[in-house]
Design a protein around this ligand. Structure first.
Ligand code: DAH
Length: 341
């Protein structure tokens, strides 16, 4: 019996040597200390031993059991420490490495110019009023005094939808009608910003989509002098107090009289260069006194009310201010372009 216990102990300890994982250790425990382990069999056979042998064999068997148990505990602890050390090694963070800088976002150049325009007109008492990008032919053209087949429609090459009479607005001017109809007969003073669409061959100066900011003021005694004063003040705030401006007679179906406003070319200071096509002036907007037909379509009696309107392109202004030579950069989403602003 003693010999057998000796063999059991030697075999168990030898087997333990090669145990390299916690899973294998559990297998070892079942094999050497489990219910059907050889050692446990010794305890089973205990009763068949001669009485005088029992205490000594029992004592020895218990010693072997405790020995195996203490080796098991030791091994378990060692394996656990091992696993921990390995995890620390493989999941280690090197806190001395330089961090990755967080990319800072910035506002699109159009948004920057739009916000500047909102600020300037807010100081003059104009509210921002937004209207739809998908418009009816009626609002985009007819109510603005541009009937079907009118040659002026050629100025706005149009994206038509598959629904007859529904289109992508070609300018922000239809917003004038919405704003007037919502406010008549009270005076209005609003700017109408937003995206416009034109069915055009793109080029350095033409895009199929672009922003416009429309302006509209309707009241009892609004004159062309108010229009000029408002727009000259706008130009000074936008381009600097020293900027020179001029108004040229023009034609738009929805204004009478109509004009275009130029600012002195700030590249050449008016001497003439390739940006201003040697004229010394840069066109920045169209404007005029709201046509009586348009006033009436908006719900105002033209005998009692008058108003002025204007429309400008923020991308064009951004191009002038930042010397951007191609309008297609605005929606190209090229970070090399966008990160410069
Ligand atoms: N809607 C015109 C365009 O897209 C711009 C414009 C001109 C707007 C004169 C106006 C205006 O309100 O009075 O070309």
């Amino acid at each position: 019996m003693f010999e057998e216990l000796e063999k059991i102990q030697t075999a168990a300890l030898a087997a333990l040597e090669s145990v390299q994982s916690e899973a294998l250790l559990e297998q070892w425990r079942i094999a050497h200390l489990g219910r059907s382990a050889p050692l446990m069999q010794v305890f089973e056979k205990f009763n068949s031993l001669p009485k005088e042998e029992r205490p000594v064999v029992g004592k020895r068997a218990n010693e072997v059991k405790r020995l195996l148990e203490s080796h098991l505990a030791e091994r378990s602890e060692a394996l656990h420490q091992n696993a921990l050390a390995q995890a620390l090694e493989t999941e280690r963070l090197d806190v001395t490495l330089p961090g990755r800088p967080i990319q800072q976002g910035r506002l699109h150049p159009s948004t920057q110019i739009l916000r500047r325009i909102y600020d300037i007109f807010a100081e003059m008492g104009f509210q921002v009023y937004r209207t739809r990008e998908v418009e009816s032919d009626e609002y985009n053209f007819e109510l603005l005094n541009i009937p079907a087949h009118h040659p002026a429609r050629d100025m706005w090459d149009t994206f038509h939808t598959i629904t007859p009479g529904v289109l992508l607005r070609t300018h922000t001017s239809p917003g004038q009608i919405h704003a007037m109809r919502e406010n008549a007969p009270n005076p209005v003073r609003v700017i109408l910003p937003g995206m416009c669409y034109r069915y055009e061959q793109t080029s350095a100066r033409k895009e199929i989509q672009f922003n416009q900011v429309e302006g509209l003021a309707v009241g009892h005694h609004i004159t062309f002098g108010d229009l000029k004063g408002t727009l000259i003040d706008f130009a000074r705030r936008m381009f600097g107090a020293a900027v020179r401006t001029r108004f040229r007679a023009s034609h738009f179906p929805f204004t009478e009289p109509s004009a275009e406003m130029d600012i002195e070319c700030f590249i050449c200071g008016g001497k003439g260069c390739n940006v201003c096509s040697s004229t010394g002036w840069l066109e920045i907007l169209g404007c005029g006194m709201v046509h009586p037909v348009v006033l009436r379509n908006g719900g105002y009696d033209p005998k009692e009310f008058s108003g002025f309107a204007f429309g400008m392109g923020p991308e064009r202004i951004a191009m002038l201010r930042y010397k951007i030579e191609d309008i297609r950069y605005f929606w190209g989403n090229d970070l090399r372009f966008l990160e410069q602003f």
